[in-house]
Ligand binder design. Structure first.
Ligand SMILES: Cc1cc2nc3c(=O)[nH]c(=O)nc-3n(C[C@H](O)[C@H](O)[C@H](O)COP(=O)(O)O)c2cc1C
Ligand code: SF4
Ligand code: SF4
Length: 291
């Protein structure tokens, strides 16, 4: 192993001694890099304080790893603590080469037929494509906090767009589990092809050209301009098939279906953009009221 690709070992010790033993083991292996697992949601739920559930102890474990490990390492952190960004900064200060972030959240699923908890009948690791927004938000927070070591972003990746999104908020690389478990390792080749074709289409030569570009336009919630009185949505009648999807979505009752297609009443429309998102025929856009 390690000759044709890069091998990243993943380890978790249950005591300082065990972490040290594992570091020695890794030093004797051919691994190119190592990931320290201090953020497993199961371990956190079991209140295991030194092994994978020990995100607060991450800076201390990082210091030992810096001393003992002979290869670069990343520390996998979760947001299950009071100060995820502060812990990430401490981990960086303690000498980590990268941060894997954010680890899975905790979750619970109920089988309503039996009334019993699903899977392992316990609260534990919970994730999947629906967590992409959570992952992107946390990756963006970390990068905005000026963490300067690489972020290996993980959580919710399903498509090549998710990977590019992580790069666009500043991640250096990504880590995926659910998509690969469900779709198989071949999905990686598909993603690579799709990313290559996106890069060509957009005229980008390297990922560094797009790394972090979304952060420039990312507003703080206090900076959001609410009550945009001078915008409303407008339907392109040539594209509208009168499917009615937008009608169901509009909370403002601003859309009616006429003979020629959907019509928006600018007086009622508050410019929320929901109809733009749901129109299957790309027939709606937001325009300025004086447009
Ligand atoms: C079946 C499965 C087992 C996992 N086991 C571990 C684990 O033992 N330790 C760990 O840190 N993360 C574990 N994870 C989490 C992944 O390493 C990764 O952080 C996360 O699943 C990435 O998000 P994604 O599944 O949305 O791609 C596991 C994920 C899955 C799907
Ligand atoms: S969702 Fe789009 S296509 Fe369907 S009625 Fe509305 S504007 Fe027309
Ligand atoms: S932008 Fe919002 S308020 Fe305006 S028509 Fe569309 S869904 Fe309704």
């Amino acid at each position: 192993m390690g000759d044709d690709g890069i091998v990243i070992a993943s380890i978790a010790g249950s005591s300082v001694e065990e972490w040290e033993d594992l570091f020695n083991l890794i030093n004797r292996s051919k691994a190119d890099m190592c990931e320290l697992k201090v953020s497993c949601p199961y371990a956190a739920e079991m209140e295991i304080k030194i092994r994978a559930g020990a995100v607060e102890l991450a800076p201390m474990i990082t210091e030992i790893a810096k001393k003992d490990l002979s290869i670069p390492f990343s520390v996998k952190l979760s947001v299950f603590n009071n100060d995820p960004v502060g812990i990430a900064k401490d981990v960086e200060k303690a000498g980590a080469d990268a941060i894997t972030f954010p680890a899975r959240t905790s979750g619970l699923m109920i089988d309503v037929e039996t009334g019993k908890p699903m899977a392992w009948s316990a609260i534990g690791g919970y994730g999947g494509p629906y967590q992409i927004g959570h992952g992107l938000a946390w990756a963006a927070r970390l990068i905005r906090a000026k963490i300067s070591i690489p972020i290996l972003a993980t959580c919710g990746i399903w498509s090549w767009e998710d990977i590019i999104s992580y790069i666009m908020v500043g991640a250096t690389a990504i880590e995926s589990a659910t998509a690969i478990a469900i779709r198989g390792y071949r999905i990686v080749n598909t993603w690579l092809r799709e990313i290559e074709s996106f890069m060509q289409r957009k005229g980008y030569d390297t990922l560094s050209e797009i790394r972090g570009i979304s952060l420039e336009a990312l507003l703080k919630p206090s900076e959001i301009q609410r009550a945009l009185e001078d915008v409303h949505s407008k339907v392109d009648k040539k594209k509208c098939t009168m499917c009615g999807v937008c009608l169901r979505t509009c909370f403002c009752d601003a859309i009616t279906l006429e003979r020629m297609g959907a019509i928006v009443d600018p007086e009622k429309c508050d410019g929320c953009g929901m109809c733009v998102e749901v129109c299957p025929y790309d027939a709606i856009r937001i325009v300025r009221t004086d447009f």
